[in-house]
Design a binder for this molecule. Structure first.
Ligand code: NAD
Ligand code: TYD
Length: 353
């Protein structure tokens, strides 16, 4: 790997992944961050990396759907590896307006694959790693786990668009021989996550004394993974994964939403010096999300057994780090909430969260 193109590097996981890459010792690869800068992006996340590594880190404000520009970037930086994070990523937004999800997640992935196919047919091989979500597998009952062979059963526009992109990636491997890998990960949490997702939304609402909206009965279950461990897993696949293979990544850390929020109230209270009951009183059960998947749970034995990966951050530590990060980044929170996000909330819900 000499030149790695990361799509969506100004979003939550992309930012963490690029920071992870620059923390690796003894590496001299170039990283090109291609991001369209949607509401979910913040290019300032990587300002220090830009300053510290001016000859190794490059940012290009480009839409992945713009194949001509992507081909120019591949040539300009002699890209040999692509790690594809860019996506519309929030289920609730996909319910209100699915169109951007189809455009970026389906058409955008197709367009990237076409660019790589053109280079491949001209004799230039580019490794493509595609980032996906366990939501493609659908909804589990109280028992069982998703494995890499679980049939796809996406149930929201977001998960359907991610499933479509996964199928395209596999099709380009099987049909054209493109060197691809896919990872399918459970819910991530950690620094830089946009505060529309459960954990950062609840933290900010606690700090602002606003209701903590829990959808339905609060008994939906998610498997939570600290974002750093997602980065180490993607790196393991890039360096040791088998071409054409799919790897599940998970935290083996299932929580009912209501239990998670009660615990989060305690963690936030331990840091603000408040009594946790002050935050717990804000818990507010609201109308359920349409088609709300009941339970996600990942079996990640394959990446553990075949690539020697495992989680390194337990939930207690990860959540502690995350809450501390948000408490020390209130300015970041205000910045990311000040733009299109609040306008979107106002237009679609006529209220501010
Ligand atoms: P995010 O919404 O925080 O960031 C997405 C980034 O992609 C943003 O910087 C945005 O500007 C960029 N982007 C969107 N459309 C683009 C386009 N057309 N061209 C170029 N850039 C574009 O998302 P995230 O949570 O960091 O998720 C990253 C990836 O990981 C996604 O593919 C998502 O499906 C997947 N994933 C996320 C989770 C999770 O818990 N967040 C779990 C599993 C998988
Ligand atoms: P989210 O962070 O949106 O991730 P996903 O839906 O992709 O798993 O939500 C995580 C869980 O929290 C999910 O079961 C929906 C629930 N949720 C709430 O109860 N209230 C909220 O305000 C949000 C954003 C999510």
């Amino acid at each position: 790997m000499k030149s790695i193109l990361v799509t969506g590097g100004c979003g939550f996981i992309g930012t963490n992944f690029i920071r992870f890459l620059f923390d690796l010792p003894d590496k001299d690869f170039v990283v090109v961050n291609v991001d369209k800068l949607t509401y979910a992006a913040n290019p300032e996340n990587l300002e220090d990396i830009q300053n510290q590594f001016p000859n190794r880190y490059f940012f290009e404000k480009v839409d992945i759907c713009d194949q001509i520009k992507i081909l120019e970037i591949i040539e300009k930086y002699e890209v040999d590896t692509i790690v594809h994070f860019a996506a519309e990523s929030h289920v609730d937004r996909s319910i209100v307006g699915p169109s951007d999800f189809i455009q970026t997640n389906v058409f955008g992935t197709f367009s990237l694959l076409e660019a790589i196919r053109k280079k491949f047919e001209a004799g230039i091989e580019i490794r493509f790693h595609h980032i996906s979500t366990d939501e493609v597998y659908g909804s589990l009952g109280p028992i069982g786990y998703f494995t890499e062979t679980t049939p796809y059963q996406p149930r929201s526009p977001y998960s359907a668009s991610k499933a479509a992109s996964d199928h395209l990636v596999r099709a380009y491997h099987n049909t054209y021989g493109l060197p691809v890998t896919i990872s399918i990960c459970s819910n991530n949490y950690g620094p830089y996550q946009f505060p529309e997702k459960l954990i950062p939304l609840m933290i900010i609402n606690m700090l602002e004394g606003k209701p903590l909206p829990i959808y339905g009965d609060g008994k939906n279950v998610r498997d939570w993974l600290f974002v750093y461990d997602h980065c180490t897993a993607v790196w393991a696949i890039l360096t040791k994964g088998k071409i054409g293979e799919t790897y599940n990544i998970g935290g083996e850390n299932e929580w009912e939403n209501i239990r998670l929020i009660e615990y989060l109230c305690e963690v936030v209270a331990s840091k603000t010096g408040e009594n946790s009951s002050k935050y717990k009183k804000l818990i507010n059960f609201v109308k359920d999300r349409p088609g709300h998947d009941r339970r996600y749970a990942i079996n990640c034995d394959k990446i553990k057994n075949e690539l020697g990966w495992s989680q390194s951050v337990d939930f207690e530590t990860g959540l502690d780090l995350t809450v501390s990060w948000y408490l020390s980044h209130l300015e970041w929170l205000n910045k990311v909430r000040s733009g299109e996000y609040l306008r979107w909330i106002e237009i679609n819900y006529g209220r501010r969260l």
